[in-house]
Design a protein around this ligand. Sequence first.
Ligand SMILES: NC(=O)c1ccc[n+]([C@@H]2O[C@H](COP(=O)([O-])OP(=O)(O)OC[C@H]3O[C@@H](n4cnc5c(N)ncnc54)[C@H](O)[C@@H]3O)[C@@H](O)[C@H]2O)c1
Length: 466
Amino acid sequence: MKYRNIVLVGGSGFWSDQNHIMSILEVGPRNRARIGAIIDPVNPAIVTKHINLQQLLNRDHPQWLDPRRYTNMKELFGHLEQTPDLVIVACNPEAHLEYASFCISQGINVLIDKPINVVANASSDLLSARQIYKDFSKLLALQQRVQEPHLAVTLLRRRTLKPFRHIIREVADCYQRTRQGITQINIIVNGGIHKFPSEFFSTPGAHGYLMGVGSLSHSAYHYIDVVTWLLQSAPGDVRYLRVSLACVKRIADYIKTGGYSALQQLLDLPDTLIQSPEPIPQTILDAELDSSFTIEMLDSNQAVIGHINFVFCHTTFTSRTRTIEVGDDHANYPNGGRMSHIYLDVQQGSLQSWQLEKNDIVFQGNTIRLSGRVHPYYGRPQIYSKVYEAAYENTERPLSILLEDVLSMTDNTHPTVNSNQYIKDIKSETLNMRLFSTFYELLAMNKVAGLQKTISLDVGSLLTEH
Ligand SMILES: NC(=O)c1ccc[n+]([C@@H]2O[C@H](COP(=O)([O-])OP(=O)(O)OC[C@H]3O[C@@H](n4cnc5c(N)ncnc54)[C@H](O)[C@@H]3O)[C@@H](O)[C@H]2O)c1
């Protein structure tokens, strides 16, 4: 019997274990799919802490390819024992682009984790920051040139969560009926990630800082997507977004101001353990931990319709009790203290307002509270209030089923995501990537005295073409 062959890039990592591999263990048998190869510099056999991965190794016996042994993608993929039906790219974000470009150029179906791409040192180097969107645009241009039909998609979990979808439906419905667009979005996301100086330098991986990019490259992309999703659901007359950096705290600031001292005392850690044995390179010190952006929404005459505040912080309250990790990421453990703490406030002019709140320790449950009010004359119940328990389990469509959806799309002669509202073609990521890149451009500009601190984006067509 022929199996669909999946190649997992970054298969020795955390998210592969927690999501992609867990999903394939569940849906693989009924979809005749298995992981034929793992591409990762780390040998999956030695990552015993990843239980799903170890189960997969015993079941699918995937080939392991260490990308460092090959000079280019063609050579690396040339060593696969079987042609891939789908490549999942779940490695460090700065390596996404090379894999995605190669797969697209060869007409190979590819699922790319968020963010689609980022460039090393973008937190402090303006050319690198600008390169993020340039590279993304080149990827889209490449996709248009390639004749071979293929799928190039991403999956974003917030898109599957019922409370987020509830707000979107209400906002879109109100817009369809009244043409009232969104006027204010305030979003605050607190991560509770506190590392000690020695860990900044020694923690590898997608959620480290070694590549000179910080918290925005970790999980901010999900919330950039929430903002653009809302805007696209009720754009009103918005034509331009004027984006400015309100505040940034970089690793250098955190260390200089002793941001870790109180936690050091609580965990009773000696200086010898927490101080970096070597000087931390400047590019790492420049990586962002907490940042906040203001986005003005303007009409075609540059008049202000409303505004968005986007606040994304790492160094907020933590429940961390785990002591020092060298060469590992403490935040991937239940006692690592990572928080999933979100406030979202959405105003649609005088007609309705929505508030979503979440305050969980990661790995210890997901509860989302949602409330909303509509105008008394709007013809609906005026108040909505609901608590969504186990919000990540009780979704509109589980991530494992979405992987199943992607697999079945790959069977089509012309794979397409048109009828699936949860899976996003990379073309529909254009506005997200434009904002993501803009945030980095502003962070890098902030390092250079005298540079303008605002970037205007003409987003008219991006708000309607999605
Ligand atoms: N959608 C989500 O909710 C979600 C959640 C967590 C992570 N992610 C994404 O998944 C990806 C991995 O994150 P993670 O938390 O598992 O990080 P991780 O650091 O645990 O894993 C990354 C893996 O990629 C490997 N790797 C590094 N460079 C590579 C290269 N050039 N080629 C192949 N493999 C390489 C590393 O050795 C590691 O095993 C990131 O893109 C991240 O943004 C998505």
